[in-house]
Write a protein that binds this ligand. Structure first.
Ligand code: AMP
Length: 364
């Protein structure tokens, strides 16, 4: 079986690693000569809208998937006409546009923060009147890891935010004083069967995910799962879909979805019976889905901008290091470590030690 992956970053790399024991082969389409996933498959190096390259890629792959939402939609549409693509380009079109995805959440009865479409300065003023402040102005597409966003705390912030983002289609969202952020990783197979991992509790730093902790038996599990299932079924989605939610009291508000393997699910490699990566491959190839049962307690810490020495991480009991082989650059995800423990107390102690390794600049 040959799996084509559009995008050759760490998510593609971990998909390819999960597919090796099953004897799958990988075609990696990515313009970067040093793409993280390139050593794990056949690297087709070129532009995402190079039609000749796309045609060759589609011909050679038995199934095509993608590792990020910001791939040109036209390219995924083209690939869909020449190969089997999961999740569908229709799902991608919704997930990459914050306005369309929030509208879909609302239509499916999934609560969201208040939001309004903003296409002009007048729209922005009307949206602020309707939603109130504080609020967050976001680009509808191409935003990730907190990029393409501005927080509006007072009317005086409107000018600068509009200057920064006004050239793009925008969405204004009410600023939610959430108790915590969680996500649920869900999978749907070719026959419509679904499975869900325990929810992850997520902590971000500067808009980038820093820590995900798996929460077996979380009181919000069923709630989060029901929302994810509504989305999967309504989209007729095949593969992994991650749903990010804000918890406010006993209410969950949907922030965004990603029809792909997700950073908050990396702990599943060591912390679950079957990883999100293997399950995504199983789903898109029509194979039986694997159990999502957790194996002990698990958490994941991202290494952003800098990565500790291997020996420092590996000296921690229960720690597993994943180095993506990328050059150090501020804000770049270079690797992560998963920590597995038999009880919560041991896990929490290990997380503290991992966070100290992950953020050396904040040490005193
Ligand atoms: P996003 O790119 O939408 O996932 O936003 C990045 C991060 O910004 C989220 O993980 C939250 O921590 C924060 N954030 C985004 N939208 C909101 C909101 N409406 N209210 C409060 N915080 C938000």
């Amino acid at each position: 079986m040959i799996v084509g992956i559009v995008g050759g970053g760490q998510l593609a790399r971990m998909l390819a690693l999960a597919g090796q024991p099953l004897n799958f082969e990988f075609l990696i389409l990515d313009p970067a000569p040093d793409a993280s996933a390139a050593p794990l498959g056949t690297h087709m190096c070129g532009n995402y809208n190079d039609q000749a390259l796309l045609a060759d890629f589609a011909k050679r792959a038995d199934v095509v998937t993608y590792e990020f939402e910001n791939v040109p939609l036209e390219s995924i549409k083209y690939l869909s006409e020449h190969a089997t693509v999961h999740p569908s380009h229709h799902t991608l079109a919704i997930a990459r546009d914050r306005m369309r995805e929030k509208t879909m959440f609302r239509e499916l009865g999934i609560p969201t923060p208040p939001f309004a479409e903003v296409n002009s300065r007048t729209d922005l003023e009307n949206a602020v009147t309707e939603i109130g402040l504080p609020a967050i102005l976001k680009t509808r597409t191409l935003g990730y890891d907190g990029k393409g966003q501005a927080i509006l705390r007072s009317l005086g912030d409107l000018d600068i935010a509009w200057k920064q983002l006004g050239s793009m289609p925008l969405i204004l969202e009410g600023f939610i004083p959430f108790n915590r952020e969680i996500s649920v990783i869900a999978i749907r197979g070719l026959q419509g069967e679904t499975k869900f991992y325990p929810v992850s509790e997520n902590i971000h730093r500067d808009g980038v995910l820093l820590l995900s902790t798996s929460c077996p038996d979380d009181p919000m599990q069923q709630h989060a799962q029901d929302y994810a299932k509504r989305l999967l079924d309504s989209l007729n989605c095949v593969g992994v879909l991650a749903l990010e939610l804000f918890q406010v009291g006993e209410t969950l508000l949907a922030n965004e979805m990603a029809p792909r393997v997700h950073n908050s699910g990396h702990w599943t490699i060591e912390g679950a019976e079957t990883s999100q990566f293997e399950n995504h491959l199983r789903a898109i190839l029509g194979l039986p889905l694997g159990a999502t049962t957790p194996v002990g307690y698990a958490a994941m810490v991202n290494f952003i901008g800098t990565i500790p020495k291997s020996e420092q991480v590996l000296a921690l009991p229960g720690a597993h290091l994943h180095n993506y082989g990328k050059e150090e650059r501020p804000g770049r995800k270079l690797g992560h470590a998963t920590l597995r423990a038999q009880n919560e107390q041991v896990l929490l102690e290990g997380i503290d030690r991992l966070l100290t390794l992950a953020q050396p600049e904040t040490e005193t």
